[in-house]
Write a protein that binds this ligand. Structure first.
Ligand code: GAR
Length: 197
């Protein structure tokens, strides 16, 4: 059984997609052991509690500097003996020492077709604003392994989504979630849990 930890900052719809996929058998051989957020108000933590999953909050504000926060984050993650760490809308930079320690064991979901609209400053709605500003007709989502760069690790899965006339960033974000993110993130976890990658 793959022991999975999920790191989140916000609403946690991707977390919910993972929990649903485990419940309905789309993901097999995996269990979510903990959900960790940098933000105490993240609704994702509530989703975890409703599912009887350990919900932990570690806010950088509670620490005197970033290095102290980083060490606490690594210690917290270590304490759950995880096989896979999933960044599901986690907007904190992962410390390099954690990336080295968990090489090829951290995956991220990004709401565009990498290498478009990714890297520093591209997160959440900003990604969709940039896609609309450029006028692309196809966007999508990417699941990739996390390396030391920003959105630069090896790609695991991608799925394309159409941009439609009249789209706002919010409408496009929702379509990318429904048609891509909530499908490929659970699929990638199932592939890893079953040795298909
Ligand atoms: C998702 O769209 C995810 O792809 C994005 O944040 C959102 C989190 O939503 N992540 C990034 O932009 C990372 N660069 P959720 O909390 O509802 O899953």
């Amino acid at each position: 059984m793959l022991r999975v930890g999920i790191l989140v900052s916000g609403g946690g719809t991707n977390l919910q997609a993972i929990l649903d996929a485990i419940d309905n058998g789309t993901i097999t051989n995996a269990s979510v052991e903990v959900v960790i957020s940098n933000n105490a108000g993240a609704y994702a933590l509530e989703r975890a509690r409703k599912h009887n999953i350990a919900a932990e909050c570690l806010s950088p504000k509670e620490f005197s500097d970033r290095e102290e926060f980083n060490q606490a984050l690594i210690a917290k993650v270590d304490s759950y003996h995880l096989d896979l760490i999933v960044l599901a809308g986690f907007l904190v930079k992962i410390p390099e020492s954690m990336i080295a320690k968990y090489r090829n064991k951290i995956i991220n979901i990004h709401p565009s077709l990498i290498p478009s609209f990714c890297g520093v400053g591209f997160y959440g709605l900003k990604v969709h604003e940039a896609a609309l500003a450029r006028g692309v007709k196809i966007t999508g989502a990417t699941v990739h392994f996390v390396d030391e760069g920003m959105d630069s690790g090896p790609i695991i899965l991608q799925k394309a989504v159409e941009v439609l006339p009249g789209d706002t960033p919010e409408i496009l974000q929702r379509r990318v979630m429904e048609q891509a993110e909530w499908i490929i993130l659970p699929k990638a976890i199932d592939m890893i849990a079953n040795g298909n990658i």
